[in-house]
Write a protein that binds this ligand. Structure first.
Ligand SMILES: [Zn+2]
Length: 116
């Protein structure tokens, strides 16, 4: 079987998962490459960002699984192509992710910690 996506392309896509604030905000669809959740960043409530003070830009975590593995369509990558998502999850997680185990995605909730 011929590989549709060269390793360098997959590598580049991985770089699009961090410091991507501008890309995410100009995207209409984003995909989490860990759990497979797809969402419109403008309709999603409570987006959670990491790297708040990084000059390169903030990093979005997945609203569903809280993993920082989200790519937006403004990055130019085919974020809704199933074979691309599978190729990335294979390369980045060794095929071990919540996409590959085939189980339904459950929302991960942050546990509020009370500090006295
Ligand atoms: Zn996710």
């Amino acid at each position: 079987m011929e590989r549709a996506y060269p390793p360098e392309f997959i590598e580049q896509a991985h770089k699009a998962t961090i410091y991507h604030e501008k890309d995410i905000l100009s995207s209409t669809v984003c995909t989490c490459f860990y759990c497979g959740y797809q969402f419109d960043p403008h309709k999603e409530e409570d987006l959670l960002w990491l790297d708040e003070t990084n000059p390169k830009g903030k990093t979005l975590v997945c609203p569903m699984c809280l993993i920082d593995c989200v790519v937006g369509d403004a990055s130019g990558f085919p974020v809704t192509a199933h074979d691309f998502i599978m190729a990335c999850t294979e390369a980045w997680f060794g095929g071990i992710s919540r996409i590959s185990d085939g189980k339904p995605i459950g929302k991960t909730n942050l546990i509020p910690i009370e500090v006295e």
